[in-house]
Every structure is written in C-alpha cells, then in structure tokens.
Ligand binder design. Structure first.
Ligand code: TYD
Ligand code: ZN
Length: 425
C-alpha cells in the first residue's frame, strides 16, 4: 500500500476560517471507503489516505484532518441510493414536508445537488414539479435518466449556480441530501445556491447530525467523503456569512440520525421557526461547545476499536462463522480501523449490484449476493448496516428463529438475538 498525493491537510476551518483545532480521533491511514475492488491475487498497490477528525474551537465544525481530491472520490462512484423501504419512505416524507411548508406545487423548479440515481427527484416530479439533478458521478447519470430524471454531470459551484439560473430559471427549492458534508469549498457552494434561488426559494440540506454521531459513538460515519460533521449552530454561523438564514430544522432517524436544515435569503419572507433556537439550545446543553465532549467520544471510539475485534476473534475461536450484513461505506471504516479481515468475517452480503462480486477496500472481504447467505448461513451477522436494523431484523426473522444472531458494532459491540430489546433499536 502507498500514500501518495491527491490529499492535503486541513488548516483553515472551512466554515469560520480559524485555525484552532482540537484533535478528536486519529484512525490511521486507510483506503477510500467506497473503493470496492475487483478480486485480485495481490492488493499491493491499493492506496491509503490519513483518516482523522478534529473540532474547530471557534465554530465547532468537526472536520476531517485531511481532504482527498474529489476527482478520486466521485467520478466513478459505487454508492447508489438505497431502495430500502426506510429510505423510500423517508424521501416521500422529505418531499411532502418541504412541499407543504414552503409552498411548492405543480410547476415549481427543484434542483438537487448530489442527485445520484434520481430517486429523490422522482418524488417531486410525481407532484408535477420540474426537477434537475447535479451529480459528478459519470457512471450514475444513465440510471437517473432511466428513472426519468435529467442530470448535469458536474460538481456544483457558483458558476454552475449562475448558469442554471440563466438557462433554466431560478429554483424554488435547492436540495442537498447527504452531500453538504462532502463539499470542501462551502463558500462556493453557498454563493452558487444564493445565485440559483428565487427570492422565495429555499435551500434544504440533510446531513448526519453531529449530536447523534456523538451520542451513538457512530465513528464509522467518519470516512474520506465526509469532510464536515455538522450541527445547526455551525451551519447558522456559515450561512450568516452569505446573507442566508436558517429558517427551519427537523431531526430524522435516517443514516443513524440526521437533521434537515432549511435555509433562505436572510431578507426573504420566511419566518424563522422556533424549532431552530430550540435545537441550537439543545446543542449547547449537550456539550457541543465543550472540549470534554470530544475527549469522551474519543475514549469510547478507542473502546469499540479494542472490543469489537476481540469479540469477533473470541467467537471465531469458539468455532462460529461470521458474515457482514451490508457492505456500506461506514462498514469499511469499522473493518479497516479495527483491523478486522477475512479471518474474522468470511463474506458480506449486499443488495447493490455495483458492489457484488467485488472485495471490500482494505479488508478484502468478498461481497456476495444476499442468496449466498441463505445457502451458507453464518452463525452471526455483523450488522455493518446498523442504521437499517429495524428493516433487516424484520426481513431476517427466519435467521433469528433458527438461532442466528446479530452483532451490533455501534453504539457499543454487542451480540443480540431474537427477542432482545436491543434488537428494536
Ligand atoms: P448506507 O446506509 O446508505 O451506507 P453508507 O452511507 O455507509 O454507504 O448503505 C447501506 C448498504 O447496505 C448499501 O450498500 C445497501 C446495503 N443493504 C443491504 O445489503 N441489505 C439491506 O437490507 C439494507 C437495508 C441495506
Ligand atoms: Zn470553524
């Protein structure tokens, strides 16, 4: 393995410009989490990049310590929006919530950043709105087109925001679900959005919520694509710099706990809902501004990294077989930063066709189709896709009834069997 260029250390905070970082975790040097590989005899030239997190003492942005060149991350992208029940239902909820609260209807123009296969835009188009996707992944635009969604295969920035406004009109809604934390140049993004929005238009962002990450020790959501780990207070600081104002917030359970933050022109007509101040207050009370909170998080991460591999090795020593449930990017953080490999986990199953037949980056565990596990049932499933626990447990009733068990890595390594209350979480 070798670490080469295409990576730089973060100095100035991308939200407030300060350079006063509290180190949070150092997870070593690992491959890119979505870089699934073809099986090979040797993986000697697999590249690794430093992975760590730090907290800005000034605005409390939690940021990666290093940024990898987006061209390496996104041009050929294995992450495909989940077609799970959980996500499909969530996308419908997002479309309804924003439509109702911000007066969208037939004819409204919705631009989605990081639109992937277009699944979210379909929900708006179904309500008679005009949709446009923006996504740099060359391998996904065709899938979006097949879903009836038009995509500009580009990185969004100020120039593109202006161009879309000029050629297609101003947007009533700009949406960025799980993409905001992936962008290094937040100033360019904010400027582009301001150019693109109509006077009454709103920008809705969904990000994994820092409070949930800290609360659940979800360190597995730390990987090279996720540059920023955000709370509402930090986003309010950022947008104020660009004449934008946070007008609404909603917490949601998806991706292990996320928050939808709606932003509008500061001088625009939308009142700021009381929920915004309530969440900012909650963040203060939860210790987002205290160094000690991050020290506590870091100690719990160290515990998981020590206990999870030990648990798996003990089970293997007792003769048990273990397979991974799902091959999500976050699972690769767990596996590579805990030193878990094929000796512990024989294979992972995943429903994503782009991942099947490949091996995981770093651990080189093979990814199989779900049917493989029915033919070769393991004694334990390591629940790498723990954010879908409810849905998976409902589907795998038979596995549980037959004595199979799940291991949850997060919030703390634990074996759970049928009937355990932890299974409901
Ligand atoms: P996701 O939670 O979107 O994770 P990340 O952002 O960490 O990549 O991905 C979940 C993965 O789990 C995805 O590859 C699909 C897979 N999966 C299954 O294989 N079976 C399932 O039942 C579910 C819910 C997900
Ligand atoms: Zn800062």
């Amino acid at each position: 393995m070798n670490t080469a260029d295409g990576v730089r250390r973060v100095t100035a905070c991308r939200v407030c410009g300060a350079d006063d970082w509290l180190p949070v975790v150092d997870l070593g040097s690992v491959p890119l989490a979505n870089n699934y590989l073809d099986p090979a005899a040797s993986y000697a030239d697999e590249r690794t990049f430093p992975l760590g997190a730090q907290s800005c003492r000034s605005c409390r942005l939690m940021s990666l310590t290093h940024v990898v060149d987006p061209e390496l991350l996104y041009r050929d992208y294995a992450y495909v929006t989940s077609e799970s029940v959980t996500i499909t239902r969530h996308m419908r909820w997002v479309a309804e919530l924003l439509g109702t609260r911000f007066g969208l209807g037939p004819g409204s123009f919705v631009v989605e950043l990081g639109s992937n296969t277009g699944q979210q835009l379909v929900e708006f188009q179904r309500a008679g709105m005009r949709g446009l996707g923006v996504d740099p992944a060359r391998n996904l635009a065709g899938r979006a087109a097949a879903n009836g969604v038009q995509t500009l295969v580009e990185f969004f920035d100020a120039d593109l925001g202006r161009r879309i406004a000029r050629e297609r009109g101003h947007a009533d809604l700009v949406l960025g679900r799980h993409v905001f934390g992936h962008v290094d140049d937040l100033a360019g993004l904010a400027e582009g959005v301001r150019e693109l929005l109509s006077p009454r238009g709103v920008f809705a962002i969904e990000v994994p919520y820092l409070l949930d990450l800290l609360d659940q020790t979800a360190f597995d959501t730390i990987y090279h694509e996720h540059l920023s780990y955000l709370c509402v207070s930090t986003m309010a600081t950022l947008f104020a710099r660009f004449g934008l104002r946070v007008v609404d917030v909603e917490r949601t359970a998806v991706h292990g706990g996320s928050v939808v933050v709606v932003v509008a022109r500061a001088e625009g007509p939308w009142p700021t809902r009381p929920s915004v101040d309530r969440l900012v207050e909650l963040e203060r009370a939860a210790g987002v501004f205290d160094d000690g909170t991050y020290g506590h998080f870091s100690r719990r991460v160290a515990l998981i990294r020590a206990e999870l591999p030990q648990l798996l090795r003990d089970l293997r020593a007792g003769g048990a077989t273990i397979a991974g449930y799902g091959a999500p990017a976050k699972g690769n953080t767990v596996l590579t930063t805990c030193g878990i490999g094929r000796d512990e986990v024989s294979f992972c199953i995943d429903t994503t066709d782009l991942k099947q037949g490949k091996v995981l980056p770093g651990s080189h565990i093979p990814v199989e189709v779900p049917a493989h596990a029915r033919a070769n049932p393991p004694d334990y499933f390591l629940l790498l896709a723990w954010n879908y626990t409810d849905e998976i447990v409902r589907r795998e009733r038979e596995f549980l009834a037959g004595g199979g068990r799940f291991i949850r890595p997060i919030p703390h390594p634990a074996v759970v069997a049928a009937g355990d209350s932890a299974m409901a979480g």
